[in-house]
Write a protein that binds this ligand. Structure first.
Ligand SMILES: [Zn+2]
Length: 216
């Protein structure tokens, strides 16, 4: 197993809970479901990722544009099952230069999407009431199923980096898209398809992996 373990909500190192059956504890967040992520994104690590994720979906924008690669992924799971998955694809656009697109699917309260969105220092684990307020700004499709997305403000956070965040809800889970730089939100159109990689099967072999993983 080459995936490394961490806290879903922060970068602090986690430790095994003594006398537990696979529990992990973070100095800041207490007992947490472990975050598993590769050192460098690769086919073998994605197979290991999907093993941790089980039946929980792992969404990738599909198809990837020319020159775009899968640069990172992660799964949050405990002995009950997966709570969240994340993928990141990176490439370039004529207007934005280098672009990172993160897709997070998670059970409410997990906090991985909020962390990647840059909301971690606010203590929030979930988006706010903006999700579902008024018409959706944009829709993406999970397979053939349309999912509305609403912008989530990241102003007031310490703003280490420039990003846009949109969030929707599908099957009782949050769906976060975080795009860097913020201007890359214009790439997001209603015909975007997010495909569940756990159902992709042998086509996994053809996925382009690239590094380095963007920081988050
Ligand atoms: Zn933590």
């Amino acid at each position: 197993m080459s995936l490394r373990v961490g806290c879903p909500r922060c970068a602090a190192p986690v430790a095994r809970v003594p006398d537990s059956d696979g529990g992990w504890t973070c100095p800041d967040h207490g007992e947490v479901a472990a975050l598993w992520q590769p050192t460098t994104a690769s086919y073998d690590d994605l197979v290991a990722h999907l093993g941790h994720a089980g039946s929980f979906p792992t969404y990738l924008p599909w198809p990837l544009g020319p020159g775009w690669t899968v640069t990172d992924f992660a799964v949050v799971a405990d002995d009950v099952g997966a709570r969240a998955t994340m993928t990141c694809v990176s490439g370039t656009s004529a207007l934005d230069g280098p672009v990172d697109v993160f897709v997070v699917s998670e059970e409410p309260g997990t906090g991985l999407g909020a962390r990647i969105a840059g909301l971690g220092p606010t203590g929030r684990a979930d988006p706010g009431e903006e999700v579902g307020d008024g018409p959706a700004t944009v829709k993406v499709r999970l397979g053939s199923f349309p999912v509305g997305l609403w912008p989530v403000s990241v102003s007031g956070t310490d703003g280490e980096w420039d990003r846009s965040v949109v969030v929707g809800e599908a099957e009782g889970r949050w769906l976060w898209l975080v795009l860097r730089p913020a201007s890359a939100i214009l790439l997001l159109r209603d015909d975007w398809i997010l495909r569940d990689v756990s159902e992709t099967g042998p086509q996994l072999v053809a996925l382009p992996f690239g590094g380095p993983a963007p920081s988050w």
